[in-house]
Design a protein around this ligand. Structure first.
Ligand code: MV4
Length: 648
């Protein structure tokens, strides 16, 4: 039995931190590696030691086998954990580790190689009674043979790259007439992507779920599964939400799936952590898709429902110890759900967004596996995942609601992110009902579209927060100019929410904005707030005061609120004639609404410091509405009149 004292983590970001955490708990010395731009990255700060690899580009650093092995040698590491991505499924790297006398925390090179060949994997599975879809996977078939076999397999079918995986180099073919052209395209794509143009054919299952099973095996002949995860919600083969257990499976289906996955692991003499992916049909049949020979991004949902530490399991297997538990000692507890928070721009086809994380506050009540903290950089060299948020609950709906609530309590600025999108999916009716399939997002394109929050409730929330400032000590918003009522019934708060100007009138527990007047109630706990305004309910965070700026985080989106819009702004025409020049009380409104007013006409009068000030139109126009009435107290800068100047 080998012993691991010093563990080098050949990765970065959240997964490096995740592995360091368990390494530390187990009393190991942890060694991080880093590229030029990661010298101050969180995983480097947290490891016991850190070794420099090379330039920022992954090829020169985290993918550089020689550099990683040199770092292991120089740091005295006896094992390397590859995490996911980078070198984790590189058989040559696993081999090089063995040759250098290092333990590779993962399966044997032969297992990685076999599962990397999708045709060989399919054949091996079929031989061992793991269900596969009808297909054709014989080595070295020419195009004429493939065309003949396509007819036998039947349409629609998929052409898959043998060297592919994760959806790369995949082509659906609906009819025989389209086959030859699709084959040529698939081969071209595969040659470009993998330098290998071999393909296989498989009957296409158009509506199916992605259900995968976590398996573990050791060198003593033990193999178990840790139940399944449903990862059906994907966007362009990128997983968006993962959960365990898969909703709607019967106990019998769950057992059959688990047993098939264990058969798959045994079929290739597997060791360590693996994931067997299945397509799960609406009829409840399942078919082998592929096997991932690494710890997966979504492993935390399995950890939350089993209570096991999968990294600790991996290290046990790597040391040659038996699996920590037998199948009958493993059980499911409740449900867990994970979302992947990405630095990407929903306004630009979800392109990666890079930059410094200016402001960041993680929510309570969920597990957060994050790659960055406030002040850290999301660079465009690596995967733009910021964090995974994982909720546990007694059942699926509780986990789902906890996760949605956590997204409401997340605060993040500096990069674009997909929080609002994730929240919309979590709250989607079909998703909430557990009606999962891999085309859920395709069928609901509106979930992908950025939907701006209706600004009126936001304005009310901002105004009440601002008006209520000073009620509790040590508020983050105590630096704001005060908008308290000056001894009278009404308070007016001028605001700019993004590009929109509002004046919110608060009186007698009623808030008025635009033409809507409704009772409001605001509750606050620290930075969190919850507003009821008529039928609307809005909850979020109010944060980060910067002079006159308030940032509200509502429903995953951040809104900049200026609480005292500057006079010299681009605000339309003569309206700025009618801001209160100083704090005071309205005495009279002179002009009639919707009636023309000439330049120089008196429009409104206020009293301040025992003097009356009459505000006049500087140009001809029309009073659209008075935003105040006689007797109101107003503070300096308050917009008093909605005034429209005449077109020139
Ligand atoms: C399929 C399939 C339907 N029928 N195979 C996508 C990734 C790769 N692992 C294989 N994939 C698929 N293989 C057959 N015979 C549908 C997909 C698929 C998919 C699978 C899981 C999650 C999302 C998906 C999105 C599109 C296609």
């Amino acid at each position: 039995m080998a012993r691991i004292d010093t563990l080098l983590i050949a990765n970065r970001g959240e997964i490096a931190r995740r592995i360091i955490r368990t390494g530390r708990e187990l009393g190991l010395t942890t060694v991080a590696v880093y590229s030029d731009i990661d010298a101050d990255a969180p995983h480097v700060r947290e490891a016991d030691r850190a070794m420099h690899l090379g330039p920022a580009s992954a090829r020169d650093s985290y993918l550089n086998i020689e550099a990683v092995l040199a770092a292991a040698r120089d740091s005295g590491a006896d094992a390397i954990h590859p995490g996911y991505g980078f070198l984790s499924e590189n058989a040559a790297f696993a081999e090089a580790c063995a040759e250098a006398g290092l333990i590779f925390v993962g399966p044997a090179p032969a297992s990685i190689r076999l599962m990397g060949d999708k045709a060989a994997a399919r054949q091996r599975m079929a031989e061992h009674g793991v269900p596969v879809l009808p297909g054709f996977d014989r080595e070295g078939a020419d195009d004429a043979t493939l065309l003949r076999e396509a007819d036998r397999v039947g349409f629609p079918l998929l052409i898959k790259a043998v060297a592919g995986g994760g959806g790369k180099g995949m082509r659906a073919v609906q009819r025989a007439e389209e086959f030859e052209e699709a084959l040529a395209a698939a081969r071209r794509e595969a040659r470009n992507a993998f330098d290998d143009d071999r393909v296989l054919l498989e009957r296409y299952l158009p509506t199916a779920r992605h259900v995968e099973v976590q398996v573990f095996a050791d060198e003593h002949g033990n193999a178990v599964h840790l139940f399944e995860r449903d990862c059906s919600v994907q966007r362009r083969h990128q997983k968006v939400i993962e959960e365990a257990p898969a909703p709607g499976l019967s106990e019998q289906q769950r057992q059959e799936l688990g047993q098939a996955a264990v058969r798959a692991a045994r079929a290739i003499d597997y060791q360590g952590a693996g994931t067997v992916e299945f397509l799960f049909s609406p009829e409840g049949e399942f078919f082998f898709m592929e096997m991932n020979t690494r710890l997966q991004v979504e492993h935390p949902v399995t950890e939350l429902v089993t209570g096991e530490d999968l990294v600790a399991w991996q290290l046990a297997v790597a040391e040659g110890r038996p699996l920590p538990k037998a199948q009958q000692d493993l059980c499911l507890n409740g449900a867990a759900m994970e979302v992947r928070l990405y630095a990407e721009n929903p306004y630009q086809q979800f392109l990666p967004s890079s930059g410094r994380i200016d402001q960041l506050r993680w929510p309570d009540g969920v597990r957060v596996d994050a790659g960055v903290e406030q002040g850290d950089i999301v660079s465009d060299y690596y995967d733009p995942m910021i964090a995974k948020l994982i909720a546990h609950g007694d059942d699926r709906d509780q986990a789902r609601r906890r996760l949605a609530r956590a997204l409401d309590q997340l605060a993040l600025t500096g990069v674009h992110h997909n929080t609002a999108f994730l929240r919309r999916v979590l709250l989607d009716e079909a998703f909430a009902a557990g009606e999962l399939d891999t085309r859920l997002l395709e069928h609901r394109p509106y979930l992908l579209e950025p939907a701006g929050q209706a600004p009126e409730p936001l304005a009310v929330a901002a105004a009440t927060l601002v008006a209520g400032q000073g009620q509790a000590g040590g508020d983050p918003w105590s630096g704001l100019p005060a908008w308290r009522p000056l001894g009278r019934r009404r308070t007016l708060v001028p605001l700019r929410v993004d590009e929109h100007d509002f004046t919110v009138v608060l009186d007698n527990e009623q808030a008025t904005v635009a033409d809507r007047r409704a009772p409001y109630r605001l509750r606050r706990h620290g930075d969190l707030f919850e507003l009821d305004w008529g039928e609307d309910r809005l909850s979020g965070q109010a944060l980060f005061f910067d002079g006159r700026r308030l940032t509200l985080f509502v429903h995953g989106q951040d809104y900049r609120i200026e609480t005292h819009p500057a006079r010299e702004s681009e605000h339309a025409g003569g309206a700025d004639d009618f801001r209160a020049p100083m704090s005071g009380t309205i005495v009279a409104c002179h002009a009639a609404p919707d009636t023309p007013v000439a330049a120089g006409d008196a429009v409104i009068t206020l009293e301040a410091m025992k003097m009356e000030h009459t505000l006049r139109a500087s140009a001809p126009g029309t009073v659209r509405a008075f935003l105040v009435q006689a007797g109101d107290s107003v503070s300096e800068g308050t917009l008093l009149v909605d005034f429209e100047t005449e077109e020139e």
